[in-house]
Design a protein around this ligand. Structure first.
Ligand SMILES: [Zn+2]
Length: 116
């Protein structure tokens, strides 16, 4: 799913997509001439293997996300928020979703047995 930067105004624009068992839904708003604010939630489950014993488990995901999307390289400075740069004037929501899923998978998760 893609939305062109120029189509995003100060009025919230909703989006929703999913990959495997994860839903990615939220809104985008224009923040400045080259920045768009994204507020969204990741909901669902991600299959993973325990990083200690290798047992299969499902991670319950319920994560709010807030980030800025830049139309091209962002040159300014903003604290406390992730900035994702897109080239070509288009926001690729699948790319955001895939990178969030990858970042969840790349951290360590343990099954209930290994947690205790
Ligand atoms: Zn385990």
């Amino acid at each position: 799913m893609e939305i062109a930067f120029r189509k995003i105004t100060k009025e919230a624009l909703s989006f929703e997509l999913s990959s495997e068992n994860i839903k990615f839904l939220g809104k985008v708003f224009r923040k400045s001439s080259d920045l768009v604010l994204l507020k969204a939630d990741l909901l669902g489950q991600i299959g993973h293997t325990c990083d200690r014993c290798g047992e299969e488990l499902n991670l319950d995901i319920n994560e709010p996300l807030e980030m800025l999307l830049s139309d091209g390289i962002y040159k300014g400075e903003i604290d406390n928020l992730d900035i994702v740069e897109f080239y070509g004037g288009v926001i690729d929501f699948n790319e955001i979703l895939q990178s969030e899923i990858e970042s969840i998978k790349s951290s360590y998760h343990y099954c209930n047995k290994c947690k205790n």
